[in-house]
Design a binder for this molecule. Structure first.
Ligand SMILES: *[C@@H]1O[C@H](CO)[C@@H](O)[C@H](O)[C@H]1NC(C)=O
Ligand SMILES: *[C@@H]1O[C@H](CO)[C@@H](O)[C@H](O)[C@H]1NC(C)=O
Length: 804
């Protein structure tokens, strides 16, 4: 057989196959083999059976050549006219045989007449009509980033229905930066591939890798099929958190309230999920002061958690941790500087204080030492200190923070007994804080004021004949000082009053200042006293002042009038003569009376009480003159007897009566004859005459003696005054001279100059007095009534008749 007679298509295949095919055709007689590639178009030539079986067209036709297949498939048809086998319908090797190789069609060509059987084998040759393909469109892997180098990941195989070289031959993976492909064959010869990790994965770097696995067959040209490989890198906690700063610095004012956010720390963790979830906290080794702050474990916000106080802690150092759920941690340091805020007021403390201070303290006397502190710093802690400028004090700065409060003026307790000194300390913060401290400073008393009487002179009145112990007057002095310095005692200053110590007349209650009369006074003896009362305070040394009290004795009607003329001798020995020729209004005589009282009490009136003939005489009411009120007649009796009553004007009034004998006659014999009746009692009249003469002599003597005494006293006193002015030494005791009724100088006044200065020992009742005389004068007035009287006696004494 000529191998060249086989189908042209066969030759396209490689030589080996052809040889093998030829060999079979030679061995099998009547047994023809053809090989055709699959997928030939319908009508394509498979083989020429005329040549290959040695038959001709006629035989074919006569023999009714036909094809017989056991399975009835009709892939190949017989063209009787040409004697060729042709492709009847598309032959898909993969469909027909799958992976079985070689793949052949077996059929018989049957000829009748004579019957001939020819076995034909048509081998279907594979052509590369299938590309390799993968069952899935893509493959997914989740690989932990911790996967070690060399880790293998088997890949799904691709399939290629072709056989031989046309089937899957090789794989390719791209890119290959992390993985390489490892080709393996199973014992059955099938090939598969696996990925081997070559470079470590890092999720943080690349979370997803997309690879393409391509399968190639061995066709010419080769066909390929590819699949995507998605690799998701699974996170592992391979990254520790990292703080954004290794050291945080922050300043916070000390008055930041609780909860104030002062800083937010942040750390990052490249890991994902819980591995990247961070928890912030203060490190265990942070000091206890970290309780001042709180940290939000999620946000990393640091807030104030306590009361910050710059004055106590100026800065805090806290370690902050950020920890991920995997336990990895980073630590950062937070430095918190607390800044000063003016939150402290100055504090004033009094180190020493002199209270009270005496009012006589000199200016610049230190009253208090002060210490003023402010806990704040810088300006907030700089303090100024002052007091009200209108106080007599000032603040002096002795050294830093130390001040002294000193007096700046003269103090006077009587004007201001106490001061409220408010010390104000203010710092220079903004806004400033200030503190006030008030010192209540008392000024203690010094005995710088003497007791004071409201007036230097006082008058008091006391009625004579007072009972001893009677209160005359109360004197009252005041003292501006206080306490003992104002406790006043009253003393009677000793002096000579009418030749006796003042204490003999008055006493003064030391406590109350009440002046008491020690004895009963007689106006007729003394009309006034001048005493001095001293008021003395209890200070040391004591201060005193005095008041002069003029005590005026007031008159009482305690003396009846005294009739001086006509002199009453008990009998009617004296008579006034009235000549019968006397006219109406003839002055018979004048009744002279005196009353030692004064004023109204000495105002005398005269009345006719009884008369022999009331129609003949009258008495002058005021002057006591007895006058005739009608012409005397011869019928009028010689002997007339008048009773005159003298009354003073006191309340009640006191009176005296006097009998006036009047003889109405022209001559003595007539009188005598008439008046013999008067002297009926001879013995009585003799006695009376004797007494009368004696009385006259005594009165005359007394009068002269008085004159002598008065004149000598005047001379003595005059010499005495002169003596005093010459020598100021102590003089002997002056006797007491009672005031006298005498008109010596003819001026109506009697001048007496007595003044006594008394130096007494403590017990005024038992004082020994030494008196000196000073040129002070006291005047005594004499009543005008008495003046008249005294002037009257010598003039009218003439008509007086002494009867024997
Ligand atoms: C001083 O203060 C006290 C107490 O506040 C008060 O009773 C007194 O009257 C004040 N004195 C003066 C002089 O202001
Ligand atoms: C009495 O007081 C006056 C001033 O009031 C003074 O001049 C006089 O010396 C004082 N006399 C005595 C004895 O203290």
């Amino acid at each position: 057989m000529d191998p060249s007679s086989t189908g042209t298509m066969q030759r396209i295949q490689n030589e080996k196959r052809q040889l093998l095919f030829l060999c079979i055709a030679q061995v099998t007689v009547g047994h023809v083999r053809y090989s055709i590639p699959e997928e030939m178009a319908t009508g394509s030539l498979v083989g020429n059976i005329i040549q290959d079986l040695g038959l001709d067209i006629k035989r074919l036709k006569s023999g009714k050549a036909r094809i017989f297949t056991e399975d009835g498939s009709e892939y190949v048809g017989l063209n009787l006219d040409k004697g060729t086998l042709i492709v009847n319908k598309r032959i898909d090797r993969e469909e027909r045989c799958g992976l079985v190789s070689p793949c052949s069609l077996h059929f018989q060509i049957i000829l009748d007449n004579p019957m001939e059987l020819h076995r034909i084998d048509v081998e279907i040759l594979d052509i590369n009509d299938n590309a390799p393909f993968f069952a899935k469109r893509e493959m997914s892997f989740e690989i932990s980033e911790l996967a070690v180098k060399g880790a293998r990941f088997s890949l799904d195989s691709a399939r290629d229905p072709d056989v031989g070289l046309n089937t899957l031959q090789t794989y390719k993976l791209s890119p290959t930066d992390h993985f390489k492909l490892n080709m393996l064959s199973r014992p059955d010869g099938t090939k598969y591939a696996e990925m081997v990790l070559q470079t470590l994965l890092d999720r943080e770097n690349q979370e997803e890798h997309k690879l393409t696995l391509t399968a190639y067959d061995g066709g010419d040209p080769p066909k390929s099929g590819s699949v995507r490989i998605n690799i998701i890198v699974m996170d592992a906690n391979d990254n520790a958190p990292v703080f954004s700063q290794s050291l945080y610095r922050v300043t916070v004012p000390e008055n930041a309230s609780k909860g104030t956010v002062i800083l937010k720390v942040s750390a990052t963790d490249a890991d994902k999920g819980t591995n990247g979830e961070l928890v912030y906290s203060f490190s265990q080794n942070s000091d206890v002061t970290s309780s001042m702050f709180n940290i939000d474990s999620h946000t990393g916000e640091i807030t104030v958690g306590g009361e910050l106080n710059y004055e106590k802690v100026k800065h805090y150092e806290i370690d902050v941790d950020a920890t991920d759920k995997g336990g990895l941690r980073d630590t950062s340091k937070v430095l918190i500087e607390v800044t000063d805020v003016n939150d402290n007021a100055p504090v004033i403390s009094i180190i020493s204080l002199s209270n009270p201070i005496p009012e006589d303290s000199a200016p610049d006397t230190v009253i208090a030492m002060l210490n003023i502190k402010d806990l704040d710093s810088d300006k907030n802690g700089q303090v100024k200190c002052f007091i009200s400028p209108d106080l007599p004090f000032k603040i002096k700065s002795s050294s830093t923070n130390f001040y002294s409060l000193v007096s700046d003026d003269v103090l006077d307790r009587e004007t201001t007994p106490e001061y409220n000194i408010t010390i104000r300390a203010i710092d220079e913060g903004s806004p400033p804080y200030s503190t006030n401290k008030t010192i209540n400073l008392r000024i203690s008393d010094v005995n710088d004021h003497a007791p004071m009487f409201p007036q230097p002179f006082l008058n008091a009145f006391i009625t004579e004949n007072n009972s001893p112990g009677m209160s005359v007057l109360s004197v009252k002095a005041t003292d501006k000082d206080s306490g003992n310095n104002a406790r006043i005692s009253y003393f009677l200053e000793d002096s000579q009053l009418s030749g006796m110590s003042a204490s003999a007349y008055f006493s003064v209650n030391a406590e109350s200042g009440e002046i008491l009369a020690v004895r009963s006074f007689d106006y007729e003896q003394t009309k006034e006293f001048n005493i001095r009362v001293k008021a003395q305070d209890g200070g040391s040394p004591p201060l005193s002042s005095n008041v002069t009290v003029k005590i005026l004795i007031q008159d009482q009607n305690d003396n009846p009038p005294q009739v001086l003329y006509p002199v009453q001798t008990g009998g009617s020995l004296v008579a006034e003569m009235v000549p019968r020729s006397a006219d109406v209004g003839y002055l018979v005589t004048k009744v002279v009376a005196v009353d030692v009282d004064s004023g109204q009490n000495a105002w005398l009136s005269y009345k006719l009480q009884k008369a022999t003939d009331r129609a003949l005489f009258e008495v002058g009411l005021q002057n006591g003159e007895i006058r005739t009120i009608r012409q005397v007649t011869d019928k009028d009796a010689v002997k007339q007897r008048l009773t005159v009553i003298v009354e003073d004007n006191g309340q009640p009034s006191r009176s005296a009566t006097v009998i006036v004998n009047v003889a109405v006659a022209d001559s003595f014999p007539e009188v005598l004859s008439e008046f013999t009746d008067f002297t009926q009692d001879k013995e009585y009249n003799d006695n009376l005459t004797f007494y009368l003469v004696l009385a006259l002599a005594v009165v005359s003597f007394l009068f002269i003696t008085c004159l002598v005494v008065i004149i000598s006293v005047r001379i003595y006193r005059w010499r005495r005054e002169r003596l005093f002015y010459k020598s100021s030494g102590n003089l002997p005791v002056i006797p007491y001279y009672p005031p006298l009724y005498a008109d010596v100088g003819g001026t109506g006044t009697l001048k007496q100059a007595f003044s006594y200065e008394v130096y007494g020992t403590a017990d005024s009742r038992r004082k020994h007095h030494v008196m000196t005389c000073r040129g002070m004068r006291e005047q005594y007035k004499i009543h005008s009534e008495r003046k008249k009287f005294l002037g009257f006696i010598p003039a009218k004494a003439v008509p007086q008749i002494a009867l024997t």
